[in-house]
Design a protein around this ligand. Structure first.
Ligand code: UT7
Length: 328
């Protein structure tokens, strides 16, 4: 039997309208545009401000955009995975809510929680379903309302994150395009440096956890930074080297956490800057949505047969890199 590959057939994206600029942030906490630009590389980020709207609504907009571009009908989809750390509710899964709002009736759906590596992990997972030959149209969503878990009195975390969603359609192909190789890793020790303290079974919500502001992202920036540089570059370089990818022709699609991390990974891979996808300056870190939002913005520049190395690092710690050959 011919080997089946999982290929991306289209990309959709959506960001909410509200723009939180560095100038506005510097009126909220003790920070400056200069500090944020030099230390992180973010100018502005989008925030969901509409009452009653949630992560699923951003996901729905991205999927609508994807369906319009690819001519996909809701009833054709047989699996939908949503990568998110900001689900609408603890349960049910946000993927089920997206299916309901989109009229997707013939699919099964689940969420995948792996922080900033969420989309890479979900792409690896979705590829296995497609490669099995059983699933023909798989929708992969990365969607976050990070503003729902950010403490806007904490200058160490509030400039970093933003809200947004991206979605891709995966289909089978017997040609050698799509997901071709990957390298993934996890080290649970890293949880001490990046987590949310309360709200889980370890520390259920209480008046005390709210008074102590424990329902927000807790991050020790420096250790996370050091691990991110090393692990993202390690796996991206490994995937590139063992597949003999040409640094002059390969696109780097890196998770958007910090411009300095992206630059370090690109340097290790010896890529020129025009091959590196970057939109952190306008969206910030949208966690599981950064990578599909990059693909959404770069889709018009990509050509059939282009090599992409997609890589991410996030809470867990978790990290991964995927070699993907663009199929259209
Ligand atoms: O996507 C998930 C994975 N997450 C990441 O990859 C994030 C990785 N970490 C980072 O990107 C960086 O560590 C941060 C952007 C979070 C922080 O940058 P940094 O260069 O590591 O700064 P720092 O935490 O070492 O802080 C340096 C100084 C400190 O002041 P002192 O102690 O030197 O006087 C901070 O208090 O900068 C201060 N500082 C700020 N100053 C102005 C921290 N936040 C701010 C701020 N504005 N917003």
């Amino acid at each position: 039997m011919e080997k089946i590959h999982a290929v991306i057939k289209g990309v959709g994206g959506y960001v909410p309208d509200y723009i939180l600029t560095n100038d506005e942030l510097s009126r909220m906490v003790d920070t400056t545009d200069e500090w944020i630009m030099t230390r992180i590389g973010i100018k502005e980020r989008r925030l969901l401000r509409e009452e009653g709207k949630a992560t699923s609504d951003l996901g729905v907009e991205a999927v609508k955009n994807l369906f319009a571009k690819t001519g996909t009908k809701p009833e054709e989809v047989d699996l939908l995975i949503c990568a998110t750390v900001t689900p609408d509710m603890r349960f049910p899964a946000t993927s089920c809510i997206i299916c309901d709002k989109m009229g997707i009736k013939n699919a099964f759906a689940f969420d995948l929680t792996s922080g900033c590596s969420g989309f890479v992990y979900a792409l690896s997972t979705a590829a296995r379903f497609v490669e099995s030959g059983r699933y023909k149209k798989v929708v992969l969503v990365g969607a976050e309302v990070m503003s729902s878990i950010i403490d806007y009195t904490d200058r160490a975390t509030c400039p970093i994150f933003g809200d947004g969603a991206g979605a891709v359609l995966l289909e089978p192909s017997t040609e050698a395009y799509g997901v071709l190789d990957e390298e993934m890793g996890t080290d649970g020790y890293g949880r001490v440096h990046l987590h949310m303290k309360a709200g889980g079974s370890l520390m259920p919500p209480s008046h005390e956890t709210i008074d102590k502001r424990l329902h927000y992202v807790y991050q020790e920036g420096q250790p996370v930074f050091k691990w991110a540089v090393v692990k993202m570059a390690d796996v991206a370089e490994a995937v590139m080297k063992r597949n003999h990818l040409d640094p002059n022709k390969t696109w780097l699609v890196p998770h958007q956490a910090n411009l300095r991390i992206i630059d370090a990974v690109a340097r290790r891979m010896e890529l020129s800057s025009e091959r590196v996808m970057i939109n952190i300056q306008k969206y910030g870190n949208t966690t599981a949505a950064t990578i599909p939002l990059l693909l959404w913005e770069w889709e018009n520049k990509l050509k059939k047969g282009d090599d992409l190395v997609i890589c991410a690092f996030g809470s867990g710690f978790s990290w991964g890199a995927i070699w993907l050959k663009w199929a259209y």
